[in-house]
Ligand binder design. Structure first.
Ligand code: F3S
Length: 627
């Protein structure tokens, strides 16, 4: 049985933002209330209540801190709360605010407003607040009943279905001389609905997870139902045994469904992903044991204390983090084409090469931290400063002795790692070693060329094409080399090599773009949110946001971009601007198309079953990873 989670399932950007606001406020040891349940999910609201966060109606709120939920609140009620001296924190989603603003602007200009949505939904109540000339329609039938207007503007509740909105818009053309259309369905909703319906077309059963009271959850259910058998559940315990007979099951979740509820459903349905991650972790452990062995041998072989120390530093750096994806891919490609030997040591070649490029990259970027530890560049410099009187380095590269010393040492350590990598590859089967070695050094050359392009991009405007080319050279080619070396050592056919190569390049782009997205993702693990942004990294996400965003959004992004002293608020505003610019949606669709492309190459590679399953799972893992 294969279980697939639709992209963009669960908490949307607005809900996550509101939950984060509540979390922060609840640590201040003051009474915190929400006006109405913070989100439409009983399980999540119950958890909040256990933490002392109560839902009140606005008349009950008389003191303490009140958080306005994502749906917003009618202006009159906000005013009353203010008059009562209640501290108000506005967690209204920016997309909802945008609808309120558009409706208000046009209303002030004399337009009649049509809102496509649910009359009693708090978001709609907030939009129509104090308006005289407004009609809420839930669908085509109600739109048909409308009269004739001079000037109409139509907006949508942010979680409305695109199909319903479109049908209302085409009907309204008959009801007004001038019709202004603002499709205010938020991008998160559109993406979620699209992912869910796409997935529904590929599976035998669709499970929608969310609260029965949640409008957007019910809409997902309604959208999937005509496509495939669909069920709506609130939690994992409702899964029925008879559903498990289906070979392919799709899961999607509403914007207010917490991750732990979705995970419980996935866990119950399948242990497959967990098994894959366990497999990766076992392979990683074995690789780490071999790395350790190599470094112990090198350290023991050195008489010079400085060199001993340098190798120890390199060892700490290599084993201090990383997923070992490249050697894992090499070994898996080897096995997927029929290889049977243990090739862990030759596979270390690409891990050493990868680490060498990271060390060099740290020097070029003058980075002091990598994987939460000091970079080699910084480690060596600290040693130098401890031994010499010179003060700490603060300026541009090479302007001080300690900087020149540490940069040069780091470059040497990086080069040593490449040599160690080549020696590891030299342990492979003699017949195939020559071609493997050629691929290894060819990729080293390409990475260096990519690095040079990357350095240049700091001082010039990058286009999408520039970015993708550099990403391929810096990241993609080593993924490709890893898989190709494995294929060569396993004696793959030319067609298999070619298809695996293409698979690697497409998957690597998807991996890189996903990495860029993780920089602004609440749920990403092991990284500081917005750190790429603060370091001034012009990822495609940033390039696109600056291209697509409104002036206000661009300003917010530029305020934080490359500004390491930007405040937390400025970083949050920049991330919000990236979301509202539409760049996240754009990158997500790009990730998806590269992901699908990679799968088509995989199908054409004709690997053995275990190999195919591994790479298939690997592609899924790339798409859904959070670290
Ligand atoms: Fe969520 Fe805001 Fe859209 S709350 S569903 S991102 S309107």
């Amino acid at each position: 049985m294969k279980v697939e989670l639709a992209e963009n399932s669960g908490f949307c950007f607005g809900v996550r933002r509101a939950m984060e606001t509540v979390r922060k406020e609840s640590t201040k040891k003051k009474k915190v209330y929400t006006i109405g349940p913070l989100i439409h999910n009983k399980l999540a609201v119950r958890r909040l209540e256990l933490r002392g966060i109560k839902a009140l109606n606005s008349a009950q709120a008389k003191k303490g801190t009140v958080i306005i939920r994502t749906h917003g609140l009618p202006g009159k009620q906000v005013e009353e709360l203010r008059k009562r001296g209640v501290r108000i924190i506005d967690a209204t989603c920016p997309f909802v605010k945008k609808v309120q603003m558009i409706a208000k602007q046009f209303h002030n200009k004399g337009y009649h407003i049509v809102v496509v949505g649910d009359k009693n939904h708090p978001e709609v109540l907030g939009i129509v607040d104090s308006m005289e000339s407004v009609t809420v329609v839930s669908g085509l039938k109600e739109a048909k009943a409308l009269g004739l207007y001079e000037r109409l503007v139509v907006v949508a509740q942010t979680t409305q279905s695109t199909g319903v909105f479109r049908s209302v818009v085409s009907e309204l053309r008959r009801h007004a001389k001038e019709l202004v259309v603002h499709n205010t369905i938020c991008s998160a909703t559109m993406e979620r609905q699209k992912s869910a319906t796409d997935l529904a077309g590929r599976v035998e059963l669709m499970i929608v997870v969310g609260d029965m009271q949640s409008g957007n959850t019910k809409r997902l259910y309604e959208l999937c139902r005509p496509i495939v058998k669909t069920v709506l559940i609130e939690q994992a315990s409702e899964i029925r045994r008879e559903w498990l007979v289906h070979q392919r099951i799709g899961v999607t979740a509403g914007a207010s469904t917490p991750e732990w509820v979705v995970n419980a459903v996935l866990n119950r349905l399948s242990k497959k992903r967990a098994m894959f991650e366990k497999k990766l972790s076992d392979m990683r452990d074995k690789i780490d044991r071999e790395i350790k062995r190599i470094f112990i041998r090198e350290v023991e072989g050195k008489k010079d204390a400085f060199l001993k120390g340098a190798y120890k530093d390199a060892f700490e750096y290599v084993v201090g983090g990383g997923k070992r994806l490249r050697p894992i891919l090499l070994i898996s490609a080897y096995r997927a084409v029929g290889g049977r030997q243990d090739i862990t040591i030759p596979a270390l070649s690409v891990e050493m090469l990868h680490n060498s490029t990271l060390i060099h990259d740290d020097v070029m970027d003058e980075d002091t931290l990598r994987r939460g530890r000091m970079t080699i560049f910084k480690t060596v410099q600290q040693k130098y400063l401890n031994l010499n009187k010179e003060t700490a380095y603060n300026g541009p590269l090479f302007s001080k002795k300690s900087a020149r010393f540490s940069a040069a040492q780091a470059m040497c350590i990086g080069n040593i790692l490449v040599s160690l990598g080549a020696s590891c590859l030299g342990m492979a089967d003699r017949k195939r070693q020559g071609e493997a070695m050629r691929i290894f050094f060819e990729s080293y050359k390409t990475i260096n060329e990519g690095q040079m392009r990357d350095l240049l991009s700091e001082s010039r405007k990058s286009t999408e094409g520039d970015y993708l080319k550099t990403a391929l050279m810096k990241t993609g080619h080593l993924f490709r080399a890893s898989i190709e070396i494995g294929a060569v050592l396993g004696n793959a056919s030319m067609k298999q090599r070619m298809m695996l190569s293409r698979f690697a390049l497409s998957a690597a782009i998807a991996f890189q773009l996903q990495d860029d997205l993780l920089d602004i993702d609440e749920k990403s693990k092991g990284r500081v949110k917005g750190s790429d942004l603060l370091r001034g990294k012009k990822t495609l996400l940033v390039i696109k946001a600056l291209e697509l965003g409104m002036e206000k959004e661009k300003k917010a992004i530029r305020r934080a971009l490359g500004n390491e002293s930007a405040s937390k608020r400025e970083v949050e505003q920049a991330i919000e601007a990236i979301h509202t610019s539409g760049a996240v949606r754009y990158i997500n669709s790009l990730v998806k198309s590269h992901f699908e492309e990679s799968k088509s190459y995989l199908n054409a590679a004709k690997l053995n079953k275990t190999g195919f399953d591994f790479f298939n799972n690997f592609a899924d893992y790339t798409l859904h990873r959070k670290s």
